[in-house]
Design a protein around this ligand. Structure first.
Ligand code: SF4
Length: 230
């Protein structure tokens, strides 16, 4: 079933005219100087100051994958390991994601993987950095880059991995468990498949429940594979 949904795409300006974050102490943000490839866009994003998350993170973690991938997977934000490596989905959740994609017959090298928010948000706790959920303003600010990725790649399917990704892609709060498995068509025609973030599987302690959730996610990824071919 494909549901139609009114979305509110972020405005596409030729240039970032000025900082949008109300913090007056922030320096001017990165300019979109006409990047026409993902590597160029990734380079420009390194100087992004559109929200305060750049301050404490190690680096921007931009998306990875073929420039003309048919499908783009969107997660929430980089985690601790991604922040250090500068690559998306290389931490524990990424390993679960890779294994299940493999089981579903989806070649990760042929898909584009990114996050709704490109800097790691965390709370320091001793020597550890604990994941902190990005707020709506940060998601909205970083949507600038996700929209640019979508413009360049022009996928025929986007997969929202979790609530933050769904909110960024669809411009509104999405009840994930209620919408899971649904395909929502945006006003610009992009189909968005809604599912959980793979870190949800990691957080389940009971082995039987964890296995059941893994099976559900595998079923979702098989549905994505079918949609990729459509
Ligand atoms: S999280 Fe996104 S919008 Fe905020 S500074 Fe980083 S790249 Fe820019």
């Amino acid at each position: 079933m494909i549901a139609k949904m009114q979305t509110t795409p972020a405005p596409h300006h030729a240039k970032v005219q000025a900082r949008r974050w109300p913090n007056r102490e922030l320096p001017e943000t990165a300019e979109d100087d006409g990047a026409s490839t993902i590597p160029e866009l990734s380079e420009v994003a390194k100087a992004c100051r559109r929200c305060p998350l750049w301050r404490n993170a190690t680096q921007t973690v931009f998306g990875e994958g073929p420039d003309k991938a048919k499908v783009i997977f969107v997660g929430e934000q980089p985690g601790d390991q991604e922040d250090l490596a500068g690559k998306p989905f290389v931490g524990p959740a990424g390993k679960v994601f890779d294994a299940i994609l493999d089981d579903a017959g989806v070649d990760r090298l042929k898909v584009y993987v990114t996050n709704a928010v490109k800097h790691f948000k965390f709370e320091p706790r001793g020597k550890r950095r604990i994941h902190s959920k990005p707020n709506a303003g940060e998601v909205q600010a970083c949507r600038w880059w996700l929209d640019k990725e979508l413009d360049l790649i022009k996928p025929n399917l986007a997969v929202a991995l979790g609530a933050t990704a769904a909110q960024s892609l669809l411009g509104k709060v999405v009840p994930i468990m209620k919408m899971r498995g649904a395909v929502v068509e945006r006003e610009d025609g992009l189909r968005v498949f809604v599912t959980i973030h793979p870190s949800f599987i990691l957080r389940i302690r009971e082995p039987a429940d964890k296995q059941a959730e893994r099976e559900r996610f595998l079923k979702d990824m098989k549905a994505v594979k079918t949609l990729m071919a459509a």
